[in-house]
Design a protein around this ligand. Structure first.
Ligand code: ASP
Length: 439
């Protein structure tokens, strides 16, 4: 154990040193993250090969670093959401502007999510990955039992019973709802609300500053996350249920590389591959954390810094999008539900498939932006068409790995949305203010 500890600390020291050197050479955060990510994969694979090094040791030494990094990210989410959402709405100036921004954002969310689900449904019907799969597990896993909530619950829960409680529980949708309302209230009182508006704008500046500090730690954080993932799971997870995984991944790839880029280019004339390279840091972070919420601070910071989308638009689109606009999750829910039905030999009618289309879209809206949330809301889709909930057990083993891919697509959809909605809003060339950021 002592040997493992000394070795792991030494490796961490070297990574830190490399990162500091890269940062001093003014290489941007995306490059630093890429280096950390690549070393993490290589090191994780190597680690498994050395018998003297134990997985427990790795978890004991790198676990706290991972935890610290994730805690810092979580710490900033609520203050960042409240200050930026209130400031964004209050500084829109008029209700008309708020209305136009809201409906354009909603149109973007629902058309892209709908197309994503459609892609999934078409693929799973063509490939039929569930045919011939035998179902062995019959129990609903304990962590999922009793968690199913209806669509109506999702909508009702958006309204917090108590805003402070919602903040304490990190109930992001409810916090957004209250912050939106608060911002609208400031708009409504006009001159009387100017002091409050300034207060939230200034609080937002401070939160941005803290966010920039935290994300400087992203390379080290991602290194520990990826090393732990690869060393503990290796590539084994990927080998199970290959056809099912292939269908989900193909659907995600089509949506991310074809559908969303068409929106991006036709609305804003942005070249998709360049835009994607600018968004590299949040995409990697989404993959590493499997959480859109944990990625949100970095997503916001990257869009502020690297695009021309004004903050009032990007903050609005990204924050609401992080929990509502989950294209990857929606696609996965539809594919998984139909896969399970195929495995049980259940014939789904066209009507059933339409129900799956609608419920998968809504279940993704209801999924929290945390790891494997989509697995929980899948109960909504399954029960809507009478597929046994126990079926979830079949896909459990590969869910953690798929989660990373769908979370990356969720985040990609949000960042594309910023540019699209900004273009639909007239796209005036307002340079994102370069906040005091070394990158
Ligand atoms: N992990 C996903 C996210 O945070 C949600 C899910 O599909 O489980 O975006």
């Amino acid at each position: 154990m002592l040997f493992t500890a000394v070795f792991l600390f030494a490796v961490l020291g070297v990574i830190l040193l490399i990162d500091i050197l890269l940062a001093r050479r003014r290489l941007n955060l995306a490059v630093r993250i890429l280096v950390a990510f690549a070393i993490g994969i290589g090191f994780g694979l190597l680690y498994r090969e050395v018998p003297a090094l134990t997985i427990e040791g790795l978890q004991a030494i790198y676990g706290p670093f991972r935890e610290l990094f994730l805690r810092l990210l979580r710490m900033i989410i609520i203050p960042l959401i409240v200050s930026s959402m209130v400031a964004a709405v209050a500084s829109l100036g008029t209700f008309r502007k708020l209305g136009s921004l809201s409906w354009k954002t909603a149109v973007y969310y629902f058309t892209t999510t709908g197309l994503s689900v459609l892609t999934g449904i078409i693929l799973v019907n063509l490939i039929r990955p569930g045919v011939g799969v035998t179902i062995t597990a019959k129990e609903i896993p304990e962590r999922l039992a009793g968690k199913e909530q209806g669509i109506l619950d999702v909508l009702i829960n958006m309204v917090p019973r108590n805003p402070v409680e919602a903040m304490a529980n990190m109930d992001v949708l409810a916090v957004i709802f209250f912050s939106l309302l608060f911002g609208i209230g400031i708009l409504a009182v006009g001159k009387e609300g100017i002091g409050l508006r300034h207060f939230f704008e200034e609080a937002f500046q401070v939160m941005m500053k803290i966010t920039f500090w935290i994300i400087q730690l992203a390379p080290i954080g991602i290194f520990t996350l990826i090393t732990l993932l690869i060393a503990t799971q290796g590539m084994d997870a990927i080998k199970a249920l290959p056809l099912y995984m292939g269908t989900v991944l193909l659907g995600l790839a089509i949506h991310a590389a074809i559908t969303l880029p068409i929106f991006l280019y036709s609305a804003s004339r942005e070249k998709p591959h360049i835009y994607a390279s600018k968004m590299f840091s949040p995409l990697t972070m989404a993959f590493s954390t499997a959480s859109s919420a944990a990625t949100l601070p970095l997503t916001m910071a990257t869009v502020w810094r690297r695009t021309r989308v004004p903050k009032r638009v990007s903050n609005f689109v990204l924050q609401i999008g992080a929990t509502i606009n989950m294209d990857g999750t929606a696609l996965y829910e539809a594919v998984a539900a139909i896969f399970i039905a195929q495995a049980y030999g259940i014939q789904l009618s066209l009507g059933d498939q339409v129900i799956i289309f609608v419920t998968a879209t809504l279940a993704a809206v209801g999924a929290a932006a945390v790891p494997e949330a989509g697995l929980v809301t899948m109960a909504i889709v399954l029960s809507a068409v009478g597929i046994p909930l126990e079926g979830i057990a079949i896909i459990l083993g590969v869910d953690a790995i798929l989660d990373r891919f769908r979370t990356s697509v969720n985040v990609w959809g949000d960042t594309v949305g910023c540019s699209v909605v900004h273009a639909w809003e007239g796209g005036e060339d307002e340079l994102a203010e370069a906040a005091a950021d070394p990158d």
